[in-house]
Design a protein around this ligand. Structure first.
Ligand SMILES: [Zn+2]
Length: 111
């Protein structure tokens, strides 16, 4: 992947533009240095088995996870398709059962 779509480090939106100095997010208004942000391509995120994860991978939950702010529980074995890696303590941006959520890499394994 040499050509990367800029992803907002704040809200993970791809709706953004480069204003000549900074990349500006249309969703949340966050501005960041695109040169620094390009480092996100080199994010090293490993699953619970120590396998490297990449954008577009499918992962499987290895334990039940309670969703913050709700009584819903994501079941162990649920699959997240086409994950996106982001910076932060929840490194995986994905959808499980149609819900957009953030996961910690230590709670999943590569499918
Ligand atoms: Zn944003």
């Amino acid at each position: 992947m040499s050509e990367s779509t800029q992803i907002c480090p704040q809200c993970a939106s791809e709706q953004n533009y480069f204003d000549g100095t900074f990349t500006v997010c249309l969703e949340c208004g966050h501005e960041w240095d695109a040169n620094n942000a390009s480092n996100t391509d080199e994010l090293v995120v490993k699953d619970s088995n120590g396998n490297l994860l990449a954008n577009g991978d499918d992962v499987i939950l290895i334990k039940d996870l309670k969703l913050k702010g709700s009584s819903q529980v994501l079941k162990k074995g649920a699959k997240a398709k086409g994950i996106r890696l982001v910076e932060g303590d929840h490194e995986i941006d994905c959808k499980v059962d149609g819900m957009k959520i953030m996961l910690k890499a230590c709670f999943v394994k590569k499918a």
